[in-house]
Design a protein around this ligand. Structure first.
Ligand code: AMP
Length: 210
């Protein structure tokens, strides 16, 4: 199954994509994680992406399209993949349709006030992509998965969060209509008061996983 996870920042795309990756044995391809790793390694890609990411703006289409096109050629994508955070513009979706066949675009929807609360307390692992919220860490500072020290993303600051939500509304939300028209859209209304597990079961159901 070739999947796209759509939805605003903080809706749970990464969390559910990682669970699904473990359950289905197909890779989660997060352009955000790839760009952050490039930034950490100070590669030319990372250095050029840094200013956009830290301002909450999108990295130029041609850059991310190139990364994804290359990544999808890898062997581990043969049986399917989960695109997490790509496409984010209609131009990216159009480019993707030229080199990939998408089965489902899953749209995770969540209220804005919950998103802000989630993102401002988020801590991430830059090594394995693990994501946590300070309210559940009980003071713990390292990744439960790989032991790396957790950090707060620079773009999870209050001003940048607002900008990312505006960028999402203007540039990414139109993809909901785009994939609806193609008959590929499934929407999951995430319940912020419910557990990750409960919401994950909604994701599975929307994908027809028994
Ligand atoms: P994410 O981890 O998915 O929230 O992405 C973090 C940041 O990386 C975004 O705010 C953008 O600056 C950049 N980014 C990730 N994916 C894309 C994409 N598909 N197109 C453009 N910029 C992206």
């Amino acid at each position: 199954m070739n999947l796209i996870f759509l939805g605003p920042p903080g809706a749970g795309k990464g969390t559910h994509a990682q669970r699904l990756m473990n359950e289905l044995g197909i890779p989660q391809i997060s352009t955000g994680d790839m760009l952050r790793q490039a930034m950490k390694a100070e590669t030319p890609l990372g250095l050029s992406a840094k200013k956009f990411i830290e301002a909450g703006e999108l990295v130029p289409d041609e850059v991310v399209i190139g990364i994804v096109e290359e990544r999808l050629k890898a062997d581990d994508c043969k049986n399917g993949y989960i695109l997490d955070g790509f496409p984010r513009t209609v131009a990216q979706a159009e480019a993707l349709s030229k080199f990939a066949h998408i089965d489902v675009a899953l749209n995770l929807s969540l209220a804005d006030d919950v998103i802000i609360q989630r993102l401002s307390g988020r801590r991430v692992c830059l090594k394995c992509g693990g994501t946590y919220h300070i309210s559940t860490l009980n003071g713990r500072e390292d990744c439960a998965n790989c032991g790396e020290k957790l950090v707060q993303r620079k773009d999870d600051s209050p001003e940048t969060i607002q900008n990312r939500l505006s960028v999402y509304a203007a540039q990414t939300a139109p993809l909901i209509e785009y994939y609806q028209q193609k008959g590929l859209l499934h929407t999951v209304e995430c319940d912020a008061s419910a557990s990750v597990e409960v919401n994950y079961q909604k994701v599975r159901k929307a994908l027809g996983i028994e």
